[in-house]
Every structure is written in structure tokens, then in C-alpha cells.
Design a protein around this ligand. Structure first.
Ligand SMILES: Cc1cc2nc3c(=O)[nH]c(=O)nc-3n(C[C@H](O)[C@H](O)[C@H](O)COP(=O)(O)OP(=O)(O)OC[C@H]3O[C@@H](n4cnc5c(N)ncnc54)[C@H](O)[C@@H]3O)c2cc1C
Length: 614
């Protein structure tokens, strides 16, 4: 135990504990204070909420705004849109709940100082698309974080949460969480009456296109490490739609967004021979998904499909035709500014590869898959819906409460409700915060009971990689390969390879089948055994070790769900080669999983999809 003597154990009591200070977490912290003036509200974040999460480097647009004050859209319209984009399967109650409140969130952002562009003629917010409004968003995250900071009793930055704690007197009730400070190594035990998980989604579970020195260059933030899924999974919360990983068409190597190019600059795509290839694939996609291909707008996954097939047919690279649009100086400015607002790296990549979009049509490609719950995808925890509009089967407690009592979620953490984006995730945080306050008030004086034995045992497990390294490194004199431990980077690369080859990553053209998935699960099982031997040379690597643990568990969940759903619901995201078509008869439903941490077994079931909007 000599290793740990300098580390303090810090006990923190709270009424509401918010894990993750991104968009969902800031919303939850802010709203919890509004309804719970006298409550102790604590937000814990592994980075610093000032610049953390997927919005860290700023955004150019808020992608979810109804514009009800100008009769632009109704919440019902957004439900229809998200349902269509997700090939029929969304929790309409959750989506509706966000859509009806999201405008008020955006108005708050503006009040707090976020510059939102206005249409000079109408005075309304400048639209980029039907749902998107344009912002000067470099400081989006600090502005939102300031509101959360002022609302919280305390924000604990630089603490990586590794496990949730359960109440020792009441089964299936959450009682807090543990984590460690990534700078000084102190151990934290948080006791809470309600816990809101808002820890973002998961990148780097599938092998990325850029590896080696470029491996941090992914579309989705490399620090989004699946804690939002692993933490609830470990305590038995049900998860939904985890197979619904997302793949994005983006500018090659820099992952610059293409939306503004298509919508605003009216650019279009061609294959390597300058041909319009999309119509070629219409029949093939129709055969797979039937009428869904006729829907407007065409679902995001289907838009990837033609590009993927064209590349597979050997007619790449696919290019965005920018040469025409960039002749217009206004459009040229918009094209560049689009990156400067949120993906500066794309402009740098173009500069480094001698690409001037006025002279050369830049390449597009599809990303590796990511797991998220707030974009054009809806993986996450299965949550109770709003009292006034959720069907009874979707209600078992407070709004946004998972199937574990007192455990709430927001943003990427909550499944079934896509297209929340930054504003919707903050809104969902607000909804969860309000419900959590109600839960805490209903509990009254009842305090959650922690088991000291449980958190002391977990403490040993949390720091074990430091010990593994300290002991094991004596066996080697140079290099990074040891007979006694694996480093987090080695474990990560092994995970990415398994997911890529067996679960439908880029190397397998996003294709998998039952034998591959079954073998993938066996290999993931072996990887899990080896994680007991992770070695961490310092606190930074200890964080990497726990991020890897979370990624592996979430990956196992993704694989189980992919195996369970015997159809190809979202071609362009992934393909079950043994079930190549969409099957509405058997699979117009949600997939649910529950992990039993004692046996390590997964239980899978279906849940009905209710359409509450016509
Ligand atoms: C590349 C990209 C572009 C996007 N573009 C837009 C756009 O143009 N417009 C728009 O509106 N939306 C956009 N979005 C969507 C938006 O960013 C997300 O919907 C939103 O950030 C989700 O909120 P969240 O709270 O779930 O996750 P995040 O905002 O990512 O926050 C998660 C937080 O949890 C913390 N955390 C993670 N694990 C732990 C742990 N174990 N312990 C403690 N803390 C932890 C993280 O550090 C982070 O601060 C984009 C997303 C991406 C990835």
C-alpha cells in the first residue's frame, strides 16, 4: 500500500451529482439550481468545464432550434424529421419533450452572451438549414459553462469518474460515484441522492482512419470515452439502440463538415471519373429499405450508402465539386469560415495538401463509426419519459430516470432520441435536472447509504494499473512491451482492431454477420480478462486505462446489440450481410440490453416503438 499513502480520500456529500460538465451536464447543473435553491448540487468533470466535451473548440451552428416565435417549425415537425432520419425508430416522447423546450434554451444562450447571427432582412435568427441557426460560436462552451459554474455548489474539475456506487440498503438505487483526480491522484467518494450522467458518447472504439501519429484526428472528440454508457451499464441500467453507431461523410482527413457546403453553397459530389454516381445506386438501396429511400429528407445513413458502394466498386475517390461555387467570393468566404468556426484543422489539412477548393475539388470520405445519442443516431440508456406524453410502457419513474432508481441522464447518455445536438442536449440536461430535484425532494430526509467496503475495494481496483506498472516495469530494460502488463494504448489498439474487423468498421466496409460478431465477442472477452493487467506509468495513463475500460464495456454492448438485431436497419452506418434488408415486420422496435456484472452475461429484449405524432 506504500503506493497510496500520499493520496487523500476526499468525501463529498451532495443532493445531486452531475457527472460530465459538457452540454448536458451544464444544462442539468443550471436547472437543478433553479428548482432546488437549497440543494447541494455538484458537477464533476474529467477535464475543465470551461472547454470540455464535444463543443470544446466551439461551433458554427446550433443544430436544433424550432423557431416557434416566428412559426417556423413545431415540435411535432421535429419528431417527424428525427423519426424519418432514424428509419422509423425514435422515442417520440423524449424527442417531443426536448423540441418543445429547446427554443427557450437557445434564448438563454443569447441572453448569456452567445452571438447568434440574424437575417438582416427579417431580423430572425439566420438559418443554415431547416433546423440549424448560425452562431459566432468560438466561445459557446465557456458561455454555457459560466452559467453552470454559477449554479453549482461546487464544480470538481479534473476528476475522472470510474464507477457509480449503489445504495447498500436498497437494491437498484444509486448512491453516488467514485473517481480520482487526474492531476494529484486523490481519490474521491461522492455521495448523492440523485446522479445525472452526462458524460458524452464514444469515439475510438472502432479503428480510426488516421492511425499512429495521426490517431487523435477523428471526427468525434478523442476524449469522448464511453463513460456515459459504461457507468450505467455496470450498475445494471438498461441500454437501447447501441447497435445504431454513426458514420459521417466528411471532407477527407480533416473531417470538416459538409452540411453548409451542400445546403448553403449548393455544391455536389462526383466519383473519381467526374460522374454523378448517386442515381446508380438508387435501385440497390430501394431493394434493401423499400420506401424509406423516397422520404424527404433522405435519411443520413442512406446518403452514405451510395458513396460507400461507389468506392467499393473501385470508382473513387469521391469529390465535392467546389470549383464552381468558390468562384463567387461570398461563397468562398462562407466555405472557409465554416471551418474556422469549428474545424480549423480542415483548413490546415487543405493547406498542407495543396488543396485550394477554387482549383481542386476536395475528397470526401466516410468516418469510422462512433457511438452517440445526440447526433443523427440514438444509442444510450433506456429512460423513463415525460408524464404528459410518454406511453405508459415508457414510464416507470421520473422523467429521464434510467432503469436504476435515482440515476438520470442527458445528451449522448440517453438513447432513443436523436437530433438533440448541443442545444437539445443542454435542454435534456435541464429536463433531467428538474426531474432529479423532484426525486430528491420526494425522498425527504432519507440519506443514501454507501458501503465503505465497496468503495474501499474499488479504490484498490482503480489504482491497480499504477501498481502493475511499478512492479512489472522491473522486468524490462527498454521498450514498451512487458510480459506482465499491457499499456492502455496497446489495449486500445487491440479493441479498435476487434471492433473494426468483427463488428463492422472501415476495414470491413462496415459489414458484419453472426459468425463475425460471435467471434468478436469471444475476442472482447479475452481482452476484458487482460484488462486486469493494465499498466499505467502515471496519472495520465491511469486515466487512459479507465477510459479504455469504459470503451471496452460499451463496445461489448454495441456488439451484443448488433448481433441481436437480425436486419440491416441503417445501411450506410452498418450492414448485417446475413440479413441485408430492413425488416419492419420483426424489427420495427427498440433493442434493449441489461448487463449482469456478477455473471458477465447480457440479457437482450425488444421494446415497442409507439408513434405519438402522426
Ligand atoms: C464533431 C461534432 C460536431 C458537432 N457539431 C454540432 C453543431 O454544429 N451544432 C450543434 O448544435 N451540435 C453539434 N454537435 C453535437 C453536440 O456537440 C453534442 O450533441 C453535445 O455536445 C452532447 O452533449 P453531452 O453533454 O452529451 O456531451 P459532451 O458535451 O461531449 O460532454 C460530455 C462531458 O463529459 C465529460 N466526461 C466524460 N467522461 C467523464 C468521466 N468519466 N468523468 C467525468 N467527466 C467525464 C467530458 O469531458 C465532457 O465534458 C457536434 C458534435 C460533434 C462530435
Amino acid at each position: 500500500m506504500g503506493l497510496f499513502t500520499r493520496r487523500k480520500t476526499v468525501m463529498v456529500d451532495s443532493d445531486i451529482l452531475v457527472i460530465g460538465g459538457g452540454m448536458g451536464g451544464c444544462g442539468a447543473t443550471y436547472e437543478s439550481r433553479y428548482w432546488g435553491r437549497d440543494l447541494k448540487i455538484v458537477c464533476v468533470e474529467k477535464a475543465n468545464i470551461e472547454r470540455s466535451g464535444a463543443v470544446a473548440q466551439g461551433l458554427y451552428a446550433i443544430n436544433c432550434y424550432m423557431g416557434m416565435q416566428w412559426n417556423e417549425n413545431r415540435p411535432e415537425d421535429h419528431v417527424r424529421y428525427a423519426r424519418n432520419d432514424l428509419m422509423g425508430l425514435v422515442r417520440e416522447d423524449l424527442g417531443y419533450d426536448i423540441a418543445r423546450h429547446v427554443d427557450s434554451t437557445v434564448h438563454k444562450f443569447e441572453e448569456w452572451g452567445l452571438p447568434i447571427m440574424r437575417d438582416p432582412e427579417t431580423g430572425r435568427y439566420q438559418r443554415e438549414g431547416k433546423w440549424q441557426i448560425m452562431i459566432h460560436g468560438e466561445s459557446y462552451k465557456p458561455i454555457v459553462a459560466e452559467a453552470a459554474r454559477k449554479a453549482a455548489t461546487e464544480v470538481y474539475n479534473r476528476i475522472m469518474v470510474t464507477h457509480l456506487l449503489m445504495d447498500k440498503t436498497r437494491p437498484n438505487r444509486v448512491a453516488g460515484a467514485i473517481g480520482f483526480n487526474v492531476r494529484n491522484g486523490n481519490f474521491y467518494v461522492f455521495r448523492a441522492k440523485a446522479v445525472i450522467v452526462a458524460a458524452g458518447g464514444a469515439s475510438h472504439i472502432f479503428k480510426p482512419r488516421a492511425v499512429g501519429e495521426g490517431m487523435g484526428r477523428t471526427w468525434y472528440a478523442p476524449w469522448s470515452s464511453a463513460s456515459a454508457y459504461a457507468l450505467p451499464i455496470l450498475v445494471g441500467a438498461k441500454m437501447t439502440q447501441m447497435e445504431n453507431r454513426i458514420v459521417l461523410t466528411r471532407f477527407k482527413d480533416g473531417y470538416g463538415p459538409v452540411g453548409a457546403y451542400f445546403l448553403h453553397l449548393k455544391t455536389y459530389t462526383q466519383n473519381g471519373y467526374g460522374q454523378d454516381y448517386e442515381p446508380t445506386w438508387y435501385e440497390s438501396i430501394k431493394e434493401r429499405v423499400g420506401d424509406y429511400v423516397e422520404r424527404h429528407p433522405v435519411p443520413t445513413c442512406l446518403r452514405n450508402h451510395a458513396l460507400l458502394e461507389e468506392v467499393k466498386a473501385g470508382r473513387g475517390p469521391i469529390r465535392m465539386v467546389t470549383k464552381e461555387a468558390f468562384k463567387d467570393p461570398h461563397k468562398e468566404t462562407v466555405g472557409w469560415e465554416n471551418f474556422l468556426g469549428m474545424t480549423i484543422g480542415q483548413a490546415v489539412v487543405w493547406a498542407s495538401q495543396n488543396i485550394d477548393p477554387k482549383e481542386i475539388n476536395p475528397e470526401l470520405t466516410t468516418s469510422e463509426p462512433y457511438v452517440m445519442g445526440s447526433h443523427a443516431t440514438c444509442s444510450g440508456a433506456w429512460a423513463s419519459g415525460p408524464e404528459d406524453c410518454a406511453p405508459s410502457e415508457y414510464q416507470w419513474g421520473y422523467n429521464r430516470m434510467m432503469t436504476v432508481e435515482g440515476l438520470f441522464g442527458a445528451g449522448d447518455a440517453i438513447g432513443g432520441s436523436a437530433h438533440k445536438f448541443s442545444s437539445g442536449s443542454f435542454t435534456e440536461g435541464r429536463i433531467a435536472g428538474k426531474a432529479a430535484v423532484k426525486y430528491v425532494k420526494d425522498l425527504g430526509a432519507e440519506q443514501p447509504q454507501l458501503s465503505e467496503a465497496e468503495y474501499e475495494d474499488l479504490k484498490k481496483i482503480v489504482y491497480k494499473p499504477l501498481e502493475n506498472y511499478k512492479v512489472g516495469r522491473n522486468e524490462i530494460v527498454a521498450g514498451t512491451v512487458s510480459p506482465s502488463y499491457i499499456l492502455p494504448i496497446h489495449g486500445l489498439q487491440r479493441l479498435e482492431k476487434i471492433m473494426d474487423e468483427y463488428v463492422g468498421g472501415i476495414g470491413a466496409h462496415y459489414t458484419t454477420n453472426e459468425p463475425l460478431l460471435t467471434r468478436g465477442l469471444e475476442l472482447l472477452g479475452m481482452l476484458k480478462e487482460d484488462l486486469a493487467h493494465l499498466g499505467a506509468e502515471d496519472l495520465h495513463q491511469l486515466q487512459r486505462a479507465w477510459e479504455l475500460q469504459h470503451r471496452v464495456l460499451a463496445s461489448e454492448c454495441v456488439t451484443q446489440h448488433t448481433l441481436f438485431r437480425t436486419e440491416t436497419r441503417w445501411p450506410g452506418y452498418y450492414y448485417r450481410a446475413d440479413h441485408p434488408k430492413l425488416d419492419d415486420k420483426d424489427w420495427h422496435c427498440f433493442t434493449l440490453s441489461r448487463y449482469d456484472r456478477d455473471s458477465g452475461k447480457w440479457e437482450m429484449e425488444k421494446a415497442p416503438v409507439y408513434h405519438i405524432v402522426d
